[in-house]
Design a protein around this ligand. Structure first.
Ligand SMILES: [Zn+2]
Length: 232
């Protein structure tokens, strides 16, 4: 077991954003990093749901936008993120997931941070590997646990090792659907990567490694940049 320790290392705010395709393991890594640095894992989905539930003025705008089938625009999304980042649990930093998604949002985030360091991590996995990885994923019809099946068997005759239920592939994990999801990802991620790539705090991590190695690489990247920030 080589799960990294939960001990909080040296001082310094940890403001992190993750960029990575569906199937890159970004969600798993986000949870680990948030726990390790004791920072909130803030996803835009959670922000939108919380705003609607709270019934604030911004929440009413979100509800109206979503009800009309529209996308929440840059200005509204930015206002929501600004309000979320003003909450006291972000005193030690934050991990933002799903924001920014546009250059306008990235510029707004720089503005919100007012020069505070932002660590940007790209978890990079080639498209073919994602299609293969998600194609091997099955969900149990009975207990809903998600698991991988071996490529050789193609999962045809496998049953759930936990409850014996039937393993099925989610519609979202079908190769054609995955290719479309990857194209959507590329259309917003490529401009963002270009926006951040020249910064010293930008790091690209090989997401083909084992999850524990990806975590170790993330921690090494974050620690090297927060140390620099703490000295300033
Ligand atoms: Zn099962």
């Amino acid at each position: 077991m080589t799960t990294p320790s939960l001990t909080r290392p040296a001082q310094g705010r940890v403001n992190v954003i993750f960029i990575g395709p569906p199937g890159s393991g970004k969600g798993t890594q986000a949870v680990r990093i948030a726990v390790r640095y004791r920072i909130p894992h803030i996803s835009t989905g959670d922000i939108l749901r919380a705003a609607v539930k709270a019934g604030s003025e911004l929440g009413r705008q979100v509800a109206a936008t979503l009800a009309s089938g529209g996308l929440v625009g840059d200005d509204l999304m930015t206002d929501l993120v600004r309000a979320r980042l003003a909450q006291s649990d972000t005193a030690g930093g934050f991990l933002l997931d799903g924001f920014p998604r546009t250059i306008a949002q990235a510029q707004a985030l720089d503005d919100i941070l007012g020069g505070a360091p932002l660590i940007v991590v790209l978890i990079s996995v080639p498209d073919d590997a994602i299609v293969r990885r998600l194609g091997n994923r099955r969900i149990c019809e009975s207990c809903t646990i998600t698991q991988s099946v071996s490529e050789a068997s193609d999962g045809q005759n496998e049953s759930c090792p936990y409850c014996g239920g039937r393993l099925v592939r989610r519609q979202d994990d079908e190769p054609g659907v995955v290719r479309r999801r990857l194209a959507t990802y590329a259309s917003f991620a490529e401009p963002l990567i270009a926006y951040y790539r020249s910064r010293p705090t930008f790091g690209a991590i090989d997401g083909l490694q084992s999850p524990n190695k990806v975590t170790a690489a993330l921690v090494a990247h974050i620690d090297s940049h927060r140390t620099v920030a703490a000295r300033d």
